[in-house]
Design a protein around this ligand. Structure first.
Ligand SMILES: NC(=O)C1=CN([C@@H]2O[C@H](COP(=O)(O)OP(=O)(O)OC[C@H]3O[C@@H](n4cnc5c(N)ncnc54)[C@H](O)[C@@H]3O)[C@@H](O)[C@H]2O)C=CC1
Ligand SMILES: O=C(O)[C@H]1O[C@H](OP(=O)(O)OP(=O)(O)OC[C@H]2O[C@@H](n3ccc(=O)[nH]c3=O)[C@H](O)[C@@H]2O)[C@H](O)[C@@H](O)[C@@H]1O
Length: 439
């Protein structure tokens, strides 16, 4: 099938590449000319394992190209919308200007094909009610379906070609719903043939599935971080607690890693946008618990700062501090609302000489945060440090040798912000080991 993907960031570039790799002909559109040039050259503009190979294979097949010119989408049967929906400055609400601009620019290029009207498939995460509003803009020019995306950064290719489920939010008119469903089934035929569950509903339910899923994931993380606070108050071990409760299948072991908390371009802004939307709908009470989820999460960042100040005996200004990790999670270079970067910034604000390092996010950090001392390796960041903070659990940080490192620091204090180090091994090498909710 002929497809277009509008917005080629973390979501769209992966979606466009994977759909072309599955055999479709795809044009990716983005307003960022530099990004388009890199994608056309087979050079992913961000770090995502496996994307380079899929992108290069799809480009070589001749089925994939990227452009800044919206007119080039004409003739595509399905148009995916994957532009950003960031948190609006100064409010909790989602900024929908990119979605609106993309749809406005797309509508004049929509054309009916032999199978019926063009289908617009929304993948961006939006407040409930957005699809109904966009459908008014689109009118009879096309059929709108909401098809939320559940991929995780770091596993984006795998999650795109082998998702847990596909969700279609269909239009209310049966004929248009049938057209949308048939078109998306055509796009995802090879994924559906493998038995992937496909759930269909109305627009609002599909929009809500996405924000409900992210709210649940955020809740799991803040729950275990609240338990970490209890462990800190009592000397108990949150890692043991998570493992022990996780044996109950109803609870499960996943997403119960206590630490410095969640960040990234999605969970934090999605729970806030969900609360803002609930307020607009007069249903704010239903989601007040998310306020607590957010504040538990932000508290963990300040807690790590406090632990560091304590380790430095309150004498922070001028003290070299090594921060291992800048991305919001390993296997990604995404620094949007990154807990690691937030802690580094707060410590820097207190006068510490922060040296930060990250295997993937270094280049982007140098560009957007020239105020920070970005180092090329953990060894380089650690030299002469009075405290070492592990805040993004990259495998190369988790496997660092405490004996070797001990020779290079001024003071052997390690703050394990992700509870991933072998505390006994670090202590045996003469370090003061500080975990989060771990004795
Ligand atoms: N990053 C992720 O892992 C996931 C993201 N999402 C959702 O997908 C959406 C996109 O997120 P990301 O890809 O992370 O954002 P991003 O910021 O990496 O990418 C958005 C892209 O849209 C482009 N853009 C903006 N306005 C445009 C326009 N009018 N026409 C064409 N291109 C335009 C930007 O230049 C940028 O390249 C958000 O709603 C997000 O919540 C959903 C699931 C996973
Ligand atoms: O809507 C989105 O964009 C995506 O948001 C998350 O994916 P992502 O943000 O890529 O990363 P996660 O693996 O969910 O991690 C989010 C944050 O939570 C933290 N986390 C995760 C798990 C855990 O147990 N503890 C914990 O602190 C991570 O370190 C990271 O900072 C969801 O997992 C995806 O399903 C969703 O599609």
């Amino acid at each position: 099938m002929n497809l277009s993907v509008i917005g080629c960031g973390y979501l769209g570039a992966v979606h466009a590449s994977c759909m072309a790799d599955l055999g479709h002909t795809v044009v990716g559109v983005d307003v960022d000319a530099a990004k388009v040039a890199r994608l056309n050259a087979g050079d992913p503009p961000f770090h995502e394992p496996g994307l380079g190979e899929v992108l290069q294979r799809a480009l070589a097949s001749g089925r994939l190209r990227f452009t800044t010119d919206m007119a080039e989408v004409a003739g595509a049967e399905v148009h995916f919308i994957g532009v950003g929906t960031p948190q609006q400055l100064g409010t909790y609400a989602a900024d929908l200007t990119y979605v609106d601009a993309a749809v406005d620019a797309l509508v004049p290029h929509l054309t009916d094909g032999p199978n019926g009207p063009a289908v617009i498939a929304g993948k961006s995460t939006v407040p409930v009610g957005t699809a109904a509003r966009l459908a008014e803009t689109i009118g009879d020019a096309g059929v709108l379906v909401w098809n939320p995306e559940f991929l995780r950064e770091g596993f984006a290719v795998q999650d795109t070609v082998a998702p847990d489920r596909l969700v279609y939010g269909l239009p209310p008119e049966p004929e248009r719903a049938a057209r949308a469903q048939e078109a998306l089934d055509g796009v995802y035929v090879s994924i559906l043939e493998r038995g992937t569950p496909r759930l269909t509903a109305d627009w609002a339910s599909a929009e809500l599935v996405k924000v409900a899923a992210n709210s649940f994931l955020a809740t799991k993380i803040s729950f275990i971080n609240a338990m970490a606070e209890m462990c800190e108050a009592t000397g108990a071990d949150v890692s043991f607690l998570a493992e022990a409760i996780g044996h109950d299948d109803r609870i499960g072991k996943k997403f119960l890693k206590a630490g410095v908390g969640f960040g990234g371009g999605c969970l934090p802004k999605d729970i806030r946008a969900f609360m803002a939307r609930a307020g607009e709908l007069g249903a704010e009470q239903s989601l007040t618990f998310l306020r607590e989820i957010d504040s538990i999460n932000l508290r963990r960042r300040q807690h790590v700062v406090n632990l560091t100040v304590h380790a430095l005996e309150g004498r922070v200004p001028g003290k070299p501090v090594a921060v291992l990790g800048a991305a919001f999670k390993p296997h990604s270079d995404d620094i949007r609302d990154s807990p690691a970067l937030d802690v580094a910034s707060r410590l820097s604000g207190l006068g510490a000489k922060v040296r930060i390092t990250d295997p993937a996010a270094g280049p982007v950090l140098r560009q957007v945060r020239p105020d920070l001392d970005v180092r090329d390796s953990a060894g380089d960041a650690i030299d002469g440090a009075h405290a070492v903070l592990l805040l993004t659990e990259w495998p190369e940080f988790v496997s660092l040798d405490p004996v070797e490192l001990g020779e290079r620091v001024a003071q052997r204090t390690i703050i394990d912000g992700r509870n991933v180090l072998d505390s006994a091994a670090w202590r045996a090498a003469g370090w003061t080991y500080v975990g989060l909710g771990r004795p």
